[in-house]
Design a protein around this ligand. Sequence first.
Ligand code: HEM
Length: 126
Amino acid sequence: MAGSLLASFLLVQALRLILLFIHLVGFALLLGGAVAQFLSGRIRINPAVLWGSIIQLVSGIALSAPLRGGGDHEPDPIKLGVKLLFAVLIFIMVFVPRKRDEVNKGHFIGILTLTLVNAAVAVFWR
Ligand code: HEM
């Protein structure tokens, strides 16, 4: 009985760490893809940015499940709501002009800023 409880706890812990790993890869694709594209001088939505924005939404929502055993060390639901709002905004801002040859510089800087703000919310809002 205690053994199977421990096994399922360890399984959920492993699932949380795998999701966190995917979430960090998505962040790297989104931020790295956007910075590299910006520095290239041709400002457009590349596949890394598009897939990064999708991975962040999906992995973030999955990570919001109570994967720590439901204790009071789960992340603040308001923090998660703020992150979800910004991530949905980023996704819309990426998805709508994804086929355009060039996007507005201000729009692109908006995507970059919201990405950095969401990472700051993740790290500083404890
Ligand atoms: C562009 C969008 C996003 C970015 C840049 C981002 C960034 C990050 C980063 C850097 C971490 C690691 C922080 C740490 O472990 O200390 C993290 C963790 C996490 N993120 Fe996101 N995230 C985004 C979207 C989302 C969304 C939409 C959700 C869910 C609504 C979400 C929920 C979480 C959760 C639950 C964690 C686990 C760590 C914790 O806060 O306790 N994220 N995120």
